[in-house]
Write a protein that binds this ligand. Structure first.
Ligand code: SF4
Ligand code: FES
Length: 263
């Protein structure tokens, strides 16, 4: 039996460049299969636009299976659309109804300038990683698997945080455009493991200070970030980051260092 197709009205943000004015442009699309992914639907829209000799809608994607973090748009105001724990490339048209009006916009944050249409520049997140999200201590050759015992719960927590794909949805959902969930996930996965201890406090200072430098806002602990994160990173990571940041800040005071503070 043939599956019924859908006719939709899309309102898509079009903006020629970073400093150009932007606006929502309406597109009527017909014959959309419920089995298409949202990005495949945009591909179909673009085919029609190209046939008419117009400029196609620019949007980011790569893996289209929820692992690379490249895609990221607001669908009806929701980062990555209505499904919890998934990216917009995993969203399917069966979540919509025939006749729906769907608004599609780029992430909105001062630290994520629009490059074109639905594409924003998220390199600020890469620069936070460059500020300290790595292990540079020489730990020698790879050890045998069981020579460095780590409690299972700790490993699970570290790996949960390592799942962050750097998509920026947490920033887009936050009224302060804070990157605290992203930064805390990166801080946490290293801070929880033995290999990350040598640089633990230097790392958190550098990453948090760089997050502020890039123009991201402060965390006001409201949890929108956790609600939209496709990898379901928990805001407990932000609390861990704040604890480490406080310890690191106190430890770099001369009187604290003299007293041997810093664990
Ligand atoms: S914390 Fe979640 S929402 Fe934020 S960048 Fe990482 S995966 Fe994306
Ligand atoms: S395109 Fe890779 S996560 Fe969506």
């Amino acid at each position: 039996m043939a599956t019924a197709t859908m006719n939709l009205t899309l309102k898509i943000w079009r903006q020629a460049g970073t400093n150009a004015p932007g606006r929502l442009v309406e597109y009527k699309v017909q014959g959309i299969s419920p089995d298409m992914s949202f990005l495949e639907m945009l591909d179909v829209v673009n085919e029609g636009i190209i046939k008419r000799g117009e400029d196609p809608i620019a949007f980011d994607s790569d893996c289209r299976e929820g692992i690379c973090g490249t895609c990221g748009i607001l669908v009806n105001g929701l980062p990555h659309g209505p499904d919890r724990g998934s990216t917009v490339c995993q969203l399917h048209m069966r979540r919509f109804r025939d006749g729906d009006v769907i608004t599609v916009e780029p992430w909105r944050a001062r630290a994520f300038p629009v490059v074109k249409d639905l594409i924003v520049d998220r390199s600020a997140l890469d620069r936070i990683i460059c500020a300290g999200g790595y292990v540079s201590a020489n730990v020698g050759a790879a050890p045998d698997g069981n020579t460095l015992p780590v409690p299972r719960d700790t490993v699970e927590q570290a790996m949960d945080n390592a799942q962050c794909i750097g998509c920026g949805a947490c920033v887009a959902a936050c009224k302060n455009a804070s990157a605290a969930l992203f930064t805390s996930a990166k801080v946490s996965h290293l801070a929880l493991l033995p290999q990350g201890q040598t640089e633990r406090y230097r790392r958190v200072l550098r990453m948090v200070e760089h997050m502020d430098l890039e123009g991201f806002g402060s965390c006001s602990n409201e949890g929108e970030c956790e609600a939209v994160c496709p990898k379901e990173i928990k805001i407990a990571a932000i609390a861990r980051m704040h604890r480490d940041y406080l310890k690191a800040t106190l430890a770099r005071r001369p009187e604290s260092a003299a007293a041997g503070f810093g664990g």
